[in-house]
Design a protein around this ligand. Structure first.
Ligand SMILES: Nc1ncnc2c1ncn2[C@@H]1O[C@H](COP(=O)(O)OP(=O)(O)O)[C@@H](O)[C@H]1O
Ligand SMILES: O=C(O)C1=C[C@@H](OP(=O)(O)O)[C@@H](O)[C@H](O)C1
Ligand SMILES: [Mg+2]
Length: 169
């Protein structure tokens, strides 16, 4: 096998399904946000202290300097592919899967899980949905450059594994 990167908007299920897929395939799982927080404290606090620009630089350095196992599923932060040459770097070092999920579903999922995501903190109801809709519209053309596009609603580890097998044959 090799490296598989999961990309997509906040709440698309990269962490949840990345972990399940790694389990299903019996390979290592790496969540880059988790590694970031082990090294730097919470992302939320990092945004407050250093700002988003510094976060994006550190996040990109982390992507490129991490020593990966030979076979692993790597879940990324939602903004990672849209900065610098991060997406091309991932495509050159592995297979990139975009977990595509519509804004309404994301908003429902994140209404209770937004506090640890600095871009969403303090947004409520319609404001949250509007922000997600606009930001996703900006980012999606980049996400769609992934080698594999997966319907993230109703996705399972088995379906993701099948998509990977079909892609490589
Ligand atoms: N079908 C689903 N797939 C993935 N996550 C879901 C699903 N239903 C609800 N959730 C919730 O959505 C939230 C975001 O999932 P997460 O895996 O952290 O996304 P990401 O890493 O892409 O930001 C979690 O709180 C999770 O429990
Ligand atoms: O979309 C983004 O810009 C971000 C997504 C987050 O990761 P998740 O996609 O796992 O929530 C995290 O990296 C940070 O809060 C910024
Ligand atoms: Mg995540």
């Amino acid at each position: 096998m090799s490296l598989t990167f999961l990309i997509g908007f906040m709440g698309s299920g990269k962490t949840t399904h990345g972990r399940k897929l790694a389990n299903f395939l019996d390979v290592d799982f790496i969540d880059l946000d988790e590694v970031f927080e082990q090294q730097n404290g919470t992302i939320s606090n990092y945004f407050t202290v250093f700002g988003e620009e510094k976060f994006r630089q550190t996040e990109s350095d982390l992507l490129k300097n991490t020593v990966y196992p030979e076979n692993a599923i790597v879940s990324t932060g939602g903004g990672l592919p849209v900065f610098f040459d991060n997406l091309n770097w991932m495509k050159q070092h592995g297979t990139v899967i975009y977990l595509q999920v519509p804004p309404g579903v994301i908003a429902a999922r994140l209404s209770n899980a937004k506090n640890e995501r600095p871009l969403l903190q303090h947004k409520t109801g319609n404001e949250l949905l509007q922000f997600i809709t606009e930001r996703l519209a900006e980012r999606e053309p980049i996400y769609l450059k992934a080698q594999i596009i997966a319907d993230g609603v109703g996705i399972t580890a088995r379906k993701l594994a099948d998509l990977l097998v079909h892609h490589s044959t």
